[in-house]
Design a protein around this ligand. Structure first.
Ligand code: SF4
Length: 63
């Protein structure tokens, strides 16, 4: 599954990072960096929590 970020919506607060730091990281400029474009094996639940936890609905998963 692919992780899609709507950059126009992302405010860089890093809620996603708190759920899945292995995948999401907000850099020093407040930009979201993905360590992987797809959901890594074994992290499906964490990434789903990050997607639903994003307050600006900037994240979605694509099959
Ligand atoms: S939780 Fe949403 S708004 Fe915040 S950094 Fe992650 S994608 Fe961006």
């Amino acid at each position: 599954m692919k992780i899609v970020v709507d950059r126009a919506r992302c405010t860089g607060l890093g809620i996603c990072e708190s759920f899945a730091p292995e995948v999401f990281e907000v850099d020093d400029n407040g930009d979201l960096v993905l360590s992987s474009e797809t959901v890594p094996d074994g992290l499906e639940s964490e990434v789903e929590q990050a997607v639903t936890g994003c307050p600006t609905e900037a994240l979605r998963l694509e099959k």
